[in-house]
Design a protein around this ligand. Structure first.
Ligand code: ADP
Length: 271
């Protein structure tokens, strides 16, 4: 079983103030997934199923920013926070619906599973989550599609759960064979490759030590979530599930990775 994460940076115009889908990427990736699922010789890992997780991109971030969702708040502001929660949930659901529609158009039996409808968290980490239905859909040959979402938290009331955290949680439960993470860079670098010409590509990450210098040189958001992704994936590596971060802008990279072919990227694995 493979979990494919497609970043918000790929499926949306991430920096847009308005929600904007990147239809060119969406349709191409839907076609690459179709090719992999219906290849004459389907990869061993794919035979047991595929789960897709996508980011929120320009659908989730503007309302989350507007209502400061994810930040600590006073209970007197809870009502307005709830409106913000609903707005974020509604926007990411719209993106999910567009993505599922494209996948279905390409003959993929996509089934939407909004995390806010079956996941709660404790202090921003997934706490309660019944995955039996997800398992049943996979066993029946559907392709469940989950996404970064807002959830009810028993400590901080409202939490944003990233697609990367969802992967980490469900991969263990589903005993996923491997994870493919498609983003807009071909892996992890010593510095942000978009802003540093001297950034050096890291082929493999096996422990937190390998990325320690990344954190010490950056503050919270400079890595655009890259350190957060690697940490979630390292947790899975400890558990024996390996992942690869690849450039989903590169034509054919997703289909190759799904079919088990070598693609330039960063491997996160214990061995
Ligand atoms: P997604 O929306 O695909 O999940 P993010 O925007 O969260 O992706 O993370 C990918 C971004 O991380 C890249 O566009 C890149 O600019 C940025 N980034 C920051 N630091 C690094 C780094 N050290 N190595 C690779 N990418 C980095």
């Amino acid at each position: 079983m493979i979990i494919l994460k497609i970043g918000g940076s790929i499926l949306t115009e991430k920096d847009s103030a308005e929600p904007k889908v990147d239809y060119k990427n969406l349709n191409r990736i839907a076609e690459e997934i179709r090719q992999s699922l219906y290849a004459e010789e389907i990869s061993n890992d794919l035979i047991d199923g595929l789960v897709i997780v996508h980011g929120a991109g320009s659908f989730g971030h503007p309302p989350a920013k507007k209502y400061k969702i994810g930040e600590p708040f006073d209970m007197k502001d809870y009502f307005s926070k709830k409106i913000g929660f609903s707005e974020v949930q509604n926007e990411v659901k719209k993106l999910n619906s567009i993505i599922c529609e494209a996948l279905i158009d390409y003959g993929i039996p996509a089934i939407a599973m909004p995390p806010s409808s079956f996941i709660t968290s404790h202090n921003k980490r997934i706490y309660d989550c019944n995955l039996e239905l997800l398992k049943t859909y996979i066993e029946e040959g559907f392709v469940p599609v989950l996404f970064g979402d807002v959830v009810i938290d028993d400590e901080v009331k409202i939490a944003v759960i990233s697609g990367d955290q969802i992967i980490q949680y469900i991969a263990k439960f589903l005993k996923s064979d491997r994870i493919v993470l498609g983003t807009d860079v071909d892996g992890v670098y010593t510095k942000n490759p978009k802003t540093h010409d001297d950034a050096v590509h890291i082929d493999k990450v096996s422990s937190i030590e390998d990325i320690k210098f990344l954190e010490s040189t950056t503050n919270v958001d400079v890595t655009g979530g890259m350190v957060g992704k690697v940490k979630e994936l390292l947790d899975l590596a400890e558990y024996g599930i390996s992942s690869e971060i690849i450039d989903a802008n590169e034509i054919g990279a997703i289909s190759k990775a799904l079919q088990g072919e070598e693609v330039r990227g960063t491997k996160i694995s214990k061995d």
